[in-house]
Design a binder for this molecule. Sequence first.
Ligand SMILES: [Zn+2]
Ligand SMILES: [Zn+2]
Length: 302
Amino acid sequence: MTSNKALTPSPSPFGRGGQECRIEFSDRLAVIATMHRKELAIAPIVQTSLGVRVAVPQDFNSDLFGTFTRDIDRPANQIETAKLKAEKALELIDADLAIASEGSFFPHPILGISYNREIVFLLDKKHNFYVYGEYLSTNTNFRHQEISSYEQAYDFALKVGFPDHAIVLMLDANTSAKEAIYKGITSEDLLEESVHELLKQSPQIHIETDMRSLYNPTRMKNIAKATEDLVRKLQQLCPNCNFVNFDVAKRLKGLPCELCGLPTQVTRAHVYCCDRCQFQQEVLFPDEVQTADPMYCSYCNP
Ligand SMILES: [Zn+2]
Ligand SMILES: [Zn+2]
């Protein structure tokens, strides 16, 4: 997070700051960096909640920043990549506000099921900051399999929401040559044709879900949720300086046990912090309970 020293007021424990860091979005042009119709999920929310106007660059090639079908690798982590996309979009359209999004899919470390993490990133060049919203969900059709017949391909397709959700086919999971990957398959005819074409080259081929947003309505919903999280952060203003993203920076443990009153590992308070003026505020009992279940107490339930 960048800071602007000239705009930083001295932190006040009473939360009585000036209007120094209030950020206006109303009527500003926000460039959405996408080539996969992500504006369908993002634009309605930011237009309504922030009052921005939106534009999508005509010739924005987000594939340069990495693709899910692995023909092009990602250059950096999710947030860095979103930032690069936002900056690239501002080179294409003359504006000082850009929004980019990045998704990733991985197995949940404990549950083993697939997880989707969506980031919606806002870059404000006029006020020199960025903020991102985030949404984590098990609601994803992310999946892959090795198959050796059209019947297996069709079974797979039905399980992942085909034809509303598209299918990707390739010879094997390590395929990197662009021409050997069949993407965006949304019809039975094309699915059958592509499966037979690949099976001529190998007895076993690789099938997977197409995770590009315009081919994946489930992912599009998760992007909308991440956009809502972004808007929430932009609307939570610092009580001291009015800057955006006054959000939870720390969780303090020690909620007292309901039975014996000793501190437990359960969260007692959230500490909100301002990135710009460093003002902090503690909010007690964020989970709306003032005591912890004795099952979390190391004295009552050792
Ligand atoms: Zn502040
Ligand atoms: Zn106890």
